[in-house]
Write a protein that binds this ligand. Sequence first.
Ligand SMILES: Nc1ncnc2c1ncn2[C@@H]1O[C@H](COP(=O)(O)OP(=O)(O)OP(=O)(O)O)[C@@H](O)[C@H]1O
Ligand SMILES: CC(C)(CO)[C@@H](O)C(=O)[O-]
Ligand code: BAL
Length: 288
Amino acid sequence: MKIATTIKEVRKQVADWKREGLTVGLVPTMGALHEGHASLVDTAKEQCDRVVTSVFVNPTQFAAGEDLDAYPRDFDRDCGVLEAHGCDLVFHPSVEEMYPEGAATFVELRSDMTKQLCGKSRPEHFCGVCTVVSKLFHIAMPDKAFFGEKDAQQLAVIRQMTRDLLFGIEIVGCPTKREEDGLAKSSRNAYLDAEERKAAGILYQAICKAQEYLKEHLDTEDGKTESQPVTELIKDIIGTEPLAEIDYVDAVDGMSLLPADRIGDGDLIALAVNIGKTRLIDNFTVRK
Ligand SMILES: Nc1ncnc2c1ncn2[C@@H]1O[C@H](COP(=O)(O)OP(=O)(O)OP(=O)(O)O)[C@@H](O)[C@H]1O
Ligand SMILES: CC(C)(CO)[C@@H](O)C(=O)[O-]
Ligand code: BAL
């Protein structure tokens, strides 16, 4: 496995691969890798001849006061994980490499999609994500790029940006990997102390109850049901956990991510919950 810190090195390696007729998959990450990230690399390996993983904690997607400085970083450990999963090239640039002095161009998706869900409490976040992902696409020029469904809004935003900017890259969504109690794996789980970690299980418990509810309540005629009882059910369950503070529990259209009064197959229920100081997100797609 090669390690590159400059754009030039990545471009040269990718150009060599393309000359040989090999396909390239890109897995963008912010490091502190866990089995969720590893599953993205595994899927990329299955679908592409060569896999590039970026490890870059992107400052522009963090607002002032968020956890940019505290965000876990352990590049040596990350390299061990990536090597074990057959990654071919790791791109680990400096902030100056990705944002050269004076860089003032940003990529912004001007649609209500970025104003829903996490966009309500993180209004600048998706602009930072779109900007860095565009840069990574230009650098690695992948055939396919792999993103987790845990970050469902990010996946939808990147799909639209990729279409709008004519990147010609296939975006592949990958299922959420979970801990034994169902908690979605996340780099930020490392912030939780033992008591908070136990409390965090409430998110998945609420999701499972909501899925059970939906199995019984999807209308036989149009395959839909009212959203509010489902989101209220989730809120009530999470409300039983004293360490949990809800940011949002929303039901949205699966394509536009706009609020939906009635939901059915393909729509999304997404939540963000603070456990102590740690903000956790999770979601599921409604299935008939
Ligand atoms: N549990 C998971 N299962 C599958 N993919 C995941 C999981 N967690 C993160 N990913 C995906 O890995 C990619 C990189 O995510 P990132 O580095 O932000 O990790 P993270 O664990 O989501 O961190 P954070 O704590 O910041 O949310 C994203 O596409 C993300 O959706
Ligand atoms: C896509 C991404 C790597 C961009 O910094 C980040 O938002 C993430 O890790 O999900
Ligand atoms: N996985 C999303 C990265 C972030 O929360 O900044």
